[in-house]
Ligand binder design. Structure first.
Ligand SMILES: NC(=O)c1ccc[n+]([C@@H]2O[C@H](COP(=O)([O-])OP(=O)(O)OC[C@H]3O[C@@H](n4cnc5c(N)ncnc54)[C@H](OP(=O)(O)O)[C@@H]3O)[C@@H](O)[C@H]2O)c1
Length: 336
């Protein structure tokens, strides 16, 4: 009997996930029904949002059941199809599971065809030329309405989303300040020509350090982390500033103890618009976003920063490293 490999949830993590929370399982090769496709994973995405699906609490996707494969974004190749729109050999991206083969239908969440251009590495289409780039673009330009000449601050700036936000904000003519944890992340951003990069762990007074780098205030704060950093930034926002809330990773490993913000009143004082978003709620702008990302990649303004592992079975290890906060660039796993 043909089988598939899956990474399943063995138990719900407490705090930062550990290897014992996951196991590698075998399951029978699934059969496709009418309108469905069998897809072989080529690149598995490793995302902070997955941490939320491992807790038994409502998130924007249902919790993963104990014993079930982990839910996540996957880039794969159609290897069998009952759907004339998705022929064998087509590359696609969709929300799927950590299975080396999986079945999806034509209405799968986030389903998009991937058109790999000659010479472009496939993982880029899971990173800066894929969901990561689209998230950065939607948050910065659609939700955050960043304009040329404005000052953009981005947290987790050496991460997947943050490093993309920093580059596309520069490409649009913004002044860009990145917040990162540690000197290795400062060094990783040096090649992108940000106006300032602040290692928040080395700053006794983060608000003062940001204010010194942005004497004219902040117009757009692209928030990836929430918590103390968000609190420090709120009083530095300009009149009619925007805070696209992409995520609040600082509290994902301890979701029972969310940080109590003290400076929310600043939203009123400076008429700030703070808005959470989910990239795939903005389907109507994604082709425009993709075209602009492709253009910036082609002209060298967007250089994907990646933390790439090889081998399906390394998905848990890559995810644990991501949730320890040490990774630089987009974390993902390539499957041969
Ligand atoms: N809304 C959406 O549609 C959407 C889509 C994708 C991602 N997101 C969100 O975007 C944010 C960034 O995701 P990403 O995939 O680009 O990840 P990432 O930035 O590549 O990696 C995570 C980074 O977050 C920072 N961090 C701060 N506090 C942390 C903590 N307590 N534990 C672990 N890491 C911590 C670390 O950077 P420093 O050391 O520099 O702080 C770490 O390297 C997340 O909040 C994620 O949920 C949202």
């Amino acid at each position: 009997m043909q089988t598939v490999r899956q990474i399943v949830l063995k138990r719900r993590p407490t705090g930062v996930p550990v290897p014992e929370d996951f196991s590698l399982a075998q399951a029978p090769m699934p059969e496709i029904g009418p309108g469905e496709m069998l897809v072989k994973m080529r690149v598995g995405s490793v995302d902070p949002a997955i941490r939320g699906f491992l807790d038994d609490r409502p998130s924007y996707l249902p919790p993963v059941a104990i014993g079930a494969p982990i839910a996540g974004m996957s880039l794969g190749e159609v290897v069998a199809s009952n759907n004339p729109d998705w022929l064998v050999g087509t590359l696609l991206r969709a929300f799927a599971t950590w299975s080396d083969h999986y079945v999806i239908s034509g209405d799968a969440l986030g389903l998009e065809q991937v058109n790999q251009a000659p010479g472009v590495p496939l993982p880029h289409y899971m990173g800066a030329l894929g969901p990561v780039g689209l998230t950065a673009w939607v948050g910065l330009f659609e939700v955050g309405q960043a304009k040329p000449g404005e000052t953009v601050l981005v947290s987790a700036a050496a991460g997947a989303t943050g490093s993309t936000v920093a580059q596309i904000a520069k490409a649009r003519g913004c002044k860009v300040i990145g917040l990162v944890g540690g000197p290795a992340k400062v060094a990783a951003l040096a090649r992108f020509g940000l106006d300032a990069t602040i290692d928040y762990r080395a700053e006794p007074d983060l608000a003062a350090a940001i204010a010194a780098a942005a004497p004219g205030g902040i117009d757009v704060y692209f928030d990836n982390v929430g918590a103390e950093t968000l609190d420090a930034v709120l009083p530095l926002m300009n009149l009619h500033g925007r805070i696209p809330v992409c995520g609040m990773i600082a509290q994902y490993n301890d979701a029972d103890n969310p940080y109590g913000l003290r400076n929310v009143w600043q939203l009123v004082v400076n008429r700030i618009r703070m808005q959470g978003f989910i990239t795939y709620d903005h389907m109507e702008v994604l082709s425009r976003a993709q075209a602009e990302l492709d253009g910036w990649y082609a002209n060298g303004s967007l250089r994907p920063l990646e933390n790439l592992r090889a081998g399906f079975e390394r998905l848990p290890e890559a995810f644990i490293e991501l949730m320890q906060g040490t990774t630089i660039g987009k974390t993902m796993v390539e499957v041969a």
